[in-house]
Ligand binder design. Structure first.
Ligand SMILES: O=C(O)CCC(=O)C(=O)O
Length: 224
């Protein structure tokens, strides 16, 4: 699948205590990224879901779709996602990511941020149905957006697990510890979030009101 070979940019390892990321800027060349963006905009059955918090219904500030193999259901924020079959573009990307990583991803969450008012709040992808040993492969298409990371305010860790050396739940007044940080994700970028990142860190996609264009994000996952 030559068309998915990355465009030669170097992979960057981003490491902190309890966090392991691999960032491949422009994993997809711009022309291929543009084709995939257009294909996914057209072929995915996008929905704006609603969640209920403290008895009030809130529309999610983005459009979503859950594609997965049969039986790979997934719940987050109390929302049980209907399983959609793999669309042609999503299926091709899954094959390319399997060749790259050696992991067979059986599910995919697609998020469509219509402009900078659409966003995603702080969370970790640590739902019990996800295989905690598998990476999450995140592909960005469209306008660049900031991806924020921070140590978890209260890590949900298996009992008996001790914190990684140097890990802290925030930055101390003397400047030591784990500070939140930002990665700008551009068109065609691939970000692999490897274990044990989801145990110790949260991520978010903040609003950026000056952004007027659309962005898609695809997170390929392994449901066990
Ligand atoms: O849009 C992004 O880059 C983040 C998506 C995300 O946090 C998620 O799917 O869990």
């Amino acid at each position: 699948m030559a068309e998915f070979q990355d465009s030669g940019r170097v992979e960057q390892a981003v490491e902190r205590p309890g966090l392991r990321l691999r960032h491949r800027p422009a994993w997809l060349p711009p022309a291929r990224a543009a084709e995939l963006l257009a294909a996914l905009q057209a072929e995915v059955p996008w929905k704006q879901e609603a969640i209920t918090l403290y008895g009030r219904r809130h529309l999610l500030p983005r459009l979503t779709c859950w594609m997965a193999d049969p039986g790979c259901g997934y719940r987050y924020s109390g929302l049980a996602n209907a399983i959609e079959p793999w669309s042609p573009a999503a299926a091709e990307l899954r094959e390319a990511l399997e060749q790259l990583t050696g992991w067979r991803f059986n599910s995919l969450l697609l998020n469509r941020y219509r402009d900078g008012r659409d966003a995603m709040g702080w969370h970790a992808d640590d739902e019990p149905e996800l295989d905690p040993a598998a990476p999450i492969a995140s592909l960005s298409l469209g306008v660049p957006r900031d991806f924020r990371l921070r140590p978890r305010p209260s890590p949900r860790r298996p009992s008996g697990l001790t914190s990684p050396a140097g890990y802290s739940m925030g930055l101390a007044s003397d400047g030591s510890g784990c500070a939140p940080f930002n990665i700008a994700l551009h068109n065609g970028d691939l970000l692999l979030m490897e274990a044990p990142t989801q145990l110790w860190w949260q991520h978010a996609l903040p609003k950026r009101l000056r952004v007027r264009q659309e962005r898609l994000n695809l997170t390929f996952r392994v449901v066990r």
